[in-house]
Design a protein around this ligand. Structure first.
Ligand code: NAD
Ligand code: GLY
Length: 358
């Protein structure tokens, strides 16, 4: 098992990465403020992983309530959030009841936001079961839901007490969800870790084949990168924005096509190619760099061509991005593979040309 520490003073927590951790979740017990947990999961993950976790808690004298929500990004919304509140209130969950998110990023984001707001804040633990959640969404405390007018528009920064990553859960994940996770893994290489990017270029097919050692390395290297960024800038006043490479375009793709039509990781991949193309057209990176980036995303099984939403739709959706400042759009661009920066200087005409024929 590997441990990565996210150091945030009183909000610090460990990320444990290993196999067989769900059925033997001893690491969770010392963190429970009282022996009472509410596990939020979904109808896909419940039949796979809920029973062993519930059995473990019951064996250890922990009172356990469970809620399995409908699956999918389209349910990351107010009405599903309200179902969590109904469940918590009906079961008389208290301030010292720990909420546990068992699932992918959708369950993690919903549960984290419920934990941030129920009784003005209760403890919560992330048990991520998708590659994307294990390398990104379970770490760093961004929680929230979508609004029909924009992705992740309502939410809170709220750190978990612990992230328990059981890599065995990746065995049941569909291939396209492995690819979606790879999109966020490649992101760390692109924005701040050239040696990791080079390692990914060499190992991308092993990762797609779910080689256990390669996956464990990629997960820990990603969490290490994310932890360092979050420790430097927990609430995205500066460097944390770099984690949004490709997301300004990607979130527009997700919202524009309807949440759940493209996977988040797929939209991030196509969005990253658009961000890299902007970087090329602004003479920041070379044709060769762009070709390398396209090549790795393609080998990861991800789309490199964005859908044609129409430039007006793109610009409208991107205009409500969370990075907009003083009405001005801000983009994450590359100055090299392994180095990104925030720019509010992308010429409007360049965007219009790019988004007219993405
Ligand atoms: P997801 O939660 O929808 O999970 C993907 C699919 O895999 C779902 O159908 C799910 O039921 C299924 N699944 C989960 N675990 C499984 C398993 N072990 N075996 C088989 N099937 C399994 O999607 P995701 O890619 O995990 O997360 C995407 C979400 O995360 C988006 O809403 C995105 O906005 C959010 N996100 C948040 C952050 C953050 O910092 N909070 C970062 C990145 C992404
Ligand atoms: N996934 C972007 C962030 O956590 O900041």
């Amino acid at each position: 098992m590997q441990t990565i520490q996210v150091g945030l003073n009183s909000r610090s927590y460990p990320i444990y990465i290993g196999n067989g951790l769900i059925a033997n979740a001893d690491l969770v017990l010392p963190l429970l403020a009282q022996p009472h947990v509410a596990i939020i999961t979904n109808e896909i993950v419940a039949p796979l992983y809920l029973d062993p976790l519930v059995r473990f808690f019951t064996k250890n004298g922990v009172r356990t309530h469970t809620l399995a929500l409908p699956d999918g990004e389209a349910n990351k919304d107010w009405s599903t959030l309200n179902r969590i509140f109904d469940f918590l209130l009906t079961n008389r969950c208290e301030r010292k009841t720990t909420l546990i998110a068992l699932g992918g990023g959708v369950i993690g984001d919903l549960t984290g936001f419920a934990a941030a707001t129920y009784l003005r804040g209760v403890p919560f633990i992330q048990i991520p079961t998708t590659l994307l959640a294990q390398v990104d969404s379970s770490v760093g405390g961004k929680t929230g839901i979508n609004h029909p007018l924009g992705k992740n528009m309502i939410g809170a920064f709220y750190q978990p007490k612990l992230v328990l990553t059981d890599t065995d859960t990746l065995r049941t994940l569909p291939d396209k969800e492995i690819s979606a996770g790879l999109a966020e893994i490649i992101k760390y290489g692109l924005i701040r870790d050239l040696p990791f990017f080079v390692w990914l270029e060499e190992n991308i097919s092993l990762l797609r084949q779910r080689d256990a050692a390669a996956l464990a390395y990629a997960i820990s290297q990603s969490c290490q990168n994310k932890a360092e960024v979050v420790m430097a800038d927990e609430r995205e006043g500066g460097v944390r924005a770099l984690l949004n490479l490709g997301h300004t375009f990607g979130h527009a793709i997700e919202a524009g096509l309807g949440f759940g039509t493209w996977l988040h990781g797929e939209a991030v991949a196509a969005g990253t190619i658009l961000a890299a193309t902007v970087s090329l057209r602004m003479k920041l990176i070379s044709e060769q760099d762009l070709a390398r980036i396209k090549d790795i995303y393609q080998k990861a099984g991800l789309p490199i061509k964005a859908p044609n939403l129409g430039k007006d739709k793109y610009l409208e959706l991107m205009g409500s991005d969370k990075k907009v400042e003083g009405g001005k759009m801000r983009f994450i661009l590359l100055k090299n593979i392994g180095a990104a920066f925030v720019s509010s200087e992308v010429p409007q005409q360049l965007l219009v040309d790019l988004l007219s024929a993405p």
